[in-house]
Design a protein around this ligand. Structure first.
Ligand code: AHR
Length: 496
């Protein structure tokens, strides 16, 4: 029999708190991410509260969405907030040039989005239009939302139905300014950011955290330039990295029916992110030793070839067991860097890319990724704990080699010891032994997510194919042994 992997949780060496915002979401005006997926309008036969569909809102409430980033993405740099206020029938239709060239009706605007956030009880992260907007436009949007006095903009907000100012928690200035947000150099963006952020004002006590648009993939130039040049004006720098099985934007790889080579290549991305974040943090530690600037990893997740028969501009893809393992590996990386990574937003919440939920008219399916989020709820605001892993075999195929086991432990806000494990090997179950501080563990209880095939998915014809199952194990002769199934995610409460 194979030697067990030994896992020892170092409960006496608490690390940083895992910000619950690491479990954040991203919802862009893209495909049916908003219209149809979340918003059906108050007159729809689909049950809704003021236009927001009740089934989807209910499912999102259950995963305690901590923060939503809106309205984009690339869409944000073409979005003019005035198009989305006032009577809906009078709002101007525009072309969504970023995503499919479809008509953006502007039915969902600031008031509607903030209503969704209030229904969900979530924080909001709004992304301002630096790419094609102006400084006064941005400044007035913030004033419109936050003004508490008797100004013209506050009166306009009240006339549109909202008396009290809203709390805007995070405010991003531009998105992917190196690309769809304006194809800028970092030094040019740094100057623009200093200029724009000067006028991003809000009443005392209601100031959002200001967020600068950072780099992507293995790029370090943005964080180097921004952290050196923008002192004291930003609370966070963003970073984006997607997981493409082939690394080729022209032919990314299929969401289902893929070869094992694309299972391992996809699951190798979080390890790259881990190494990258270490370098990113070294730069921040040098330029920002007081640790005032956080990293917001505000777009991450799988990106496959679009589902056949759908508009490629709508970024529709199936979601499988691979996505659930991928999500768990990202969580572990973000936990490991929790001293700087204070927010992460999966792309995207509903119907787009690595979605939590897919909808078809009045039907809804919860994806394997949804369940990965649900299982990790106890990690929100938990205190991270180091884990010592011994005897972890590598899982190797072709040019990729990754550890077969990834682990992350923490002490939850209610004082429980929690452990998350992922087995990246799709073929081999692994025996494990658990300990806390070198001492044996009495018992574990939790939830296991696994499936018969790498590409097992939940779909309208089989919505419950991939669903967490209860899991428990007890010590025998002072040793807690368990088997981590192939291609699985296991989240446990550990009783020392
Ligand atoms: O999430 C889809 C797109 O990916 C976003 O709009 C953009 O920021 C990124 O390139």
């Amino acid at each position: 029999a194979a030697e067990p992997v030994r896992i020892d949780i170092q409960a006496d060496k608490p690390g940083p708190v895992i910000a619950r915002q690491i479990y954040g979401q991203f919802a862009e005006h893209l495909g049916s991410g908003i219209y149809g997926g979340l918003w059906v309008g108050p007159d729809s036969k689909i049950p809704n509260v003021r236009g927001w569909r009740s089934d989807v809102v209910g499912a999102l409430k259950a995963i305690k969405v901590p923060v939503i980033r809106w309205p984009g993405g690339c869409f944000a740099d073409e979005y003019h907030w005035r198009d989305g206020i006032g009577p809906q029938a009078q709002r101007p239709p525009r072309v969504n040039t970023s995503w499919g060239g479809v008509i953006e009706p502007n039915t969902v605007g600031t008031h509607e989005f903030m209503d969704l956030a209030e229904q969900l009880g979530t924080e909001v992260y709004l992304n301002a239009n630096l790419g094609s907007g102006t400084v006064p436009e941005m400044a007035q949007w913030l004033e419109y939302m936050t003004a508490d006095g008797d100004t013209a903009l506050a009166r306009e907000r009240r006339a549109n139905g909202r008396d009290k100012p809203w709390k805007i928690n995070y405010f991003g200035i531009g998105n992917e300014s190196w690309g769809c947000g304006g194809n800028m150099k970092p030094s040019y963006y740094a100057d623009l950011y200093k200029h724009w952020s000067t006028f991003a004002k809000a009443p005392r006590g209601n100031r959002p955290k200001l967020v600068a648009s950072g780099g992507q993939e293995l790029e370090l130039n943005w964080v180097e330039t921004l952290s050196a040049e923008i002192k004291g004006r930003m609370d966070a720098i963003t970073h984006h990295q997607y997981s493409l099985p082939t690394r080729d934007w022209k032919k990314k790889g299929s969401a289902v029916g893929f070869p094992e080579a694309e299972w391992i290549s996809t699951l190798a991305v979080p390890q790259t992110i881990d190494g990258y974040l270490t370098k990113h943090q070294e730069i921040l530690d040098r330029n920002d030793p007081a640790r005032k600037v956080a990293i917001y990893f505000d777009e991450w997740g799988s990106w496959y070839d679009a589902e056949p028969g759908t508009d490629p501009g709508f970024l529709v893809q199936r979601n499988t067991m691979r996505d659930a393992v991928l999500a768990a590996l990202h969580f572990h990386v973000f936990h490991r860097h929790a001293d700087r990574v204070k927010m992460a937003n999966i792309a995207q919440m509903v119907n787009v890319l690595q979605a939590m939920i897919v909808t078809d008219k009045d039907r809804m399916v919860l994806t394997p990724s949804y369940y990965a989020f649900a299982m990790h709820l106890p990690f929100m605001d938990a205190t991270s704990l180091p884990v010592q892993l011994t005897g972890v075999p590598d899982y190797t195929l072709g040019k990729y080699s990754i550890p077969a086991v990834s682990a992350s432990a923490a002490k939850s806000v209610d004082g429980k010891l929690i452990l998350s494990l992922a087995n990246t090997n799709p073929n081999q179950a692994l025996p494990m032994q658990l300990a806390v501080g070198g001492k044996g563990v009495r018992a574990v209880t939790g939830q296991l997510l696994t499936a018969a095939t790498m590409d097992a998915q939940n779909w309208f014809d089989a919505p419950d194919r991939v669903k967490p199952q209860p899991f428990k194990a007890e010590a025998k002769n002072g040793t807690l042994a368990l088997t981590l199934p192939a291609k699985s995610v296991l989240v446990l409460e550990v009783q020392p």
